[in-house]
Design a binder for this molecule. Sequence first.
Ligand code: GUN
Length: 296
Amino acid sequence: MTARILSGREYAAKIKEAAKREADLLGLRPGLAVVMVGDNPASAVYVRNKNKSCEELGFHSVMETLSANTSKERLLAVIDRLNADASIHGILVQLPLPAELSDAEQEVLNRISPDKDVDGFHPVNVGRLSTGQGSLAPCTPAGCIKMLEYADIPMDGKHAVIIGRSNIVGKPMAQLLLAKNATVTICHSHTKDLAKIVREADILVAAIGKPRFVTADMVKPGATVIDVGINRVEPKKLVGDVDFEAVSEVAGAITPVPGGVGLLTVAMLMQNVVTAAKMQLQGNCNIEKTDKGKMA
Ligand code: GUN
């Protein structure tokens, strides 16, 4: 069997078109602020792509670049300013933070107003997602779900297996698949008989950061395989967490790397910016006016 290739380009374009249509109906220009601390080269590429997508859709886009030795207090002050800026509907602090700030990561993410938290990382949004009230879900898993919907791949009653339990992908992916009535199993580094469980998957999501970890013998014939990994194996070669060549002979559908999930993440970010703008416009959010008349 040769798998159907789920093209990130094709589905990202659909997500962006829908976001743009929704933005046009809003009557305001959605605004995104991306905060980048330090000069991690991979992060710089992602951040550039996020700004480029904003430009493409006509969104307002602000880039806050801070040096690697920025203090926590200064970073929190930047977030406070963006929380209070009415032209900014979405705020994203690019991760990872430099080593000096890594202990403060959760405090930094918690400082972003939940209603501007277009990454869906704030505990309020994590809670909203897990109780079925989610509107700002993490972009990578939310983009994957949109792709499955557009590709007409059923989730209801299917066994979805996720490899990886990160806050950014594994855990929110499980919540989103549960909300689609899939039966969900999360595997991780301590899972016994991982290959046996993975072989039971109708939908397999690999998000572990290990190049070509999923081999053809671990995949049920006809399964849908979503590869979230992006691993650099040679100076210029990127591969996923799935052995694409071999697995595409067994799977029913598969995402490539590059050209797969990475593009969906940025597209879904654009949708989240529109969703956040809409909530703020409708007053359907928890941003409160302080006594100084500023939004807190
Ligand atoms: N670093 C890697 N993925 C992400 C993401 O989805 N959001 C942010 N803010 N940083 C990341």
